[in-house]
Design a protein around this ligand. Structure first.
Ligand code: ATP
Ligand code: MN
Length: 468
């Protein structure tokens, strides 16, 4: 075959250089035709759209053409031709063709269209080759770029917090332990407790559940930072919104109080949604048409109006009134209860019809580091609640007062020996500061309209599942 530099299908489809010779490489999606001519729909991952390759059968080797079945990888040199009556305005008339890798039709699992998402999860190693997952993973990439762009443009620094941590203050019980010890022969003291002296770090270590505490160290030095990395939670919750390994974005800003924190969260999320509409239009449109006819309307909807800002106390009042009027929730709702996703979604979808930022939660159901309000009962927490998702962001203004923070740490029996470095932020040059965590996959659920979080991360980790 003549050596021609490859052009991506996305670029070929935009080209108007009719008559020019190009090379494309990609995977056969479908092939149809007659004895004289074959039409190959070729996709190379650069766009949701396929390029139609027209093959005049008698000009090609029969054995080679036989190999060019669904799933096979081919390289084609051809002439760009304006196509009439087709969805795309160009097609490629093949001049030379080579099969780089066949895909035996007897065993290739992605033969026909219309596989269920459940089935595709079982072949997660191949599902990026489907239209749906191509679209989802292109959007995933684009959202990551949008996030970095948003913060970079606003003077935030991307700060890397550790993945292995020895402080278990936040996630006790739901952390994955990291060890090099021989689990069959553990050293124990007289009480039967494990002695960690000989473990890799000389103490108990785990995978991080959040980069926030280290993020605060950075914010009180660099001013404004964000993290964007993997986090791990061994919570045994088999829901469509929880993963054991997920990615989190955590901005932390010195001098921001809770209101500025809310402003940042709202601006940030709207920026990401707008980015998806502007930069992933074809993929979003595809998902809208295939899975969720309301998707684009929902995305445009959150951009239109300001988010509702409401205290937890007022939110609970609305939910109690709903119950009084006969609305049935699975879980009880009362002041002091941790809200379930059904409650959050009721506020967003049934009551207000737009995103809600719920603030000032009872201190008992929130983390120790949140700033205590004057009432002594609530803390300056803020959860951003979204249609279809429920909680998409959790954040707060942090307790900046050394003594108040210490009191909370003691009340909750958090081991001080692990926390001394965190407390130093309050001992030396303490200042008001705030931040939040956005679950990247929850954002992707919203933007793609997919309904299971396992379908917006390439290789999901959930209880009893770590294949691929
Ligand atoms: P939830 O109540 O939904 O379990 P959370 O209150 O435990 O969430 P936070 O600790 O506030 O969550 O974490 C910040 C954000 O991280 C959440 O708002 C959510 O977007 C995301 N998140 C939390 N847990 C998970 C998980 N297991 N899988 C995916 N995303 C998650
Ligand atoms: Mn939360």
């Amino acid at each position: 075959m003549e050596k021609i530099t490859r052009t991506r299908v996305a670029d070929v489809l935009k080209s108007e250089a009719y008559g020019s010779k190009v090379n494309v490489k990609g995977w056969v999606r479908t092939r149809r035709g007659s004895k004289q001519v074959s039409f190959i729909a070729l996709n190379d991952g650069s766009t949701i759209h396929n390029l139609q390759i027209v093959v005049d059968i008698e000009k090609f080797d029969e054995e080679m053409l036989k190999q060019a079945t669904t799933g096979a990888c081919i390289s084609v040199n051809g002439t760009l031709v304006e196509s009439v009556g087709q969805k795309q305005k160009v097609e490629l008339h093949a001049v030379e063709m080579e099969v780089l890798g066949g895909a035996d039709p007897a065993v290739y699992p992605l033969q026909k269209k219309g596989h269920t998402l459940e089935f595709l999860r079982e072949i997660a190693h191949l599902r990026p080759r489907t239209n749906t997952f191509g679209a989802v993973f292109r959007i995933r990439h684009n959202m990551a770029i949008a996030i970095h762009k948003f913060f970079h443009e606003r003077g935030f620094y991307y700060f890397h917090t550790p993945i292995i941590t020895a402080s278990d203050c936040e996630g006790a019980g739901q952390m994955f332990q990291v060890t090099t010890m021989n689990l069959y022969n553990l050293k124990k003291d007289a009480d039967g407790s494990i002695i960690y002296d000989d473990d890799f770090f000389g103490k108990q270590a785990s995978l991080t559940v959040s980069g926030q505490l280290e993020g605060e160290l950075a914010a009180t030095a660099l001013g404004a930072i964000y993290t964007f990395g993997p986090t791990f939670r061994a919570e045994n919750s088999n829901t469509p919104r929880h993963l054991a390994e997920f990615w989190m974005i955590e901005p932390e800003v010195a001098f921001n109080e809770i209101t500025e924190n809310m402003d940042l969260a709202e601006e940030f999320i709207k920026y990401c949604v707008q980015w998806a509409l502007d930069n992933c239009r074809d993929d979003v449109q595809f998902l809208n048409d295939m899975f969720d006819k309301e998707l684009i309307a929902r995305l445009e909807g959150v951009l239109k109006e300001p988010f509702v800002r409401l205290s937890y106390t007022e939110g609970v009042k609305i939910l109690e009134e709903a119950v009084a009027k006969g609305h049935q929730f699975e879980y009880p709702v009362y002041w002091g209860a941790d809200l379930a996703s059904e409650h959050e979604r009721y506020l967003v979808e049934n009551h207000f019809g737009r995103p809600v930022i719920l603030t000032d939660y009872p201190k008992e159901i929130k983390a120790f580091y949140m700033k205590l309000n004057g009432d002594g009962k609530t803390v300056r927490a803020m959860d951003v609640l979204f249609p279809k998702i429920g909680e998409i962001i959790g954040g707060s203004e942090r307790e900046a007062d050394y003594n108040k923070l210490l009191r909370r740490i003691e009340e909750l029996h958090i081991p001080m020996k692990d926390m001394w470095w965190y407390l130093d932020t309050r001992r030396f040059g303490s200042c008001p500061h705030s931040g939040f965590g956005l679950g990247f996959e929850r954002l992707l659920l919203f933007v793609t309209g997919m309904s299971n979080i396992r379908d917006v991360i390439p290789f999901p980790r959930t209880p009893k599942n770590a294949e691929f």
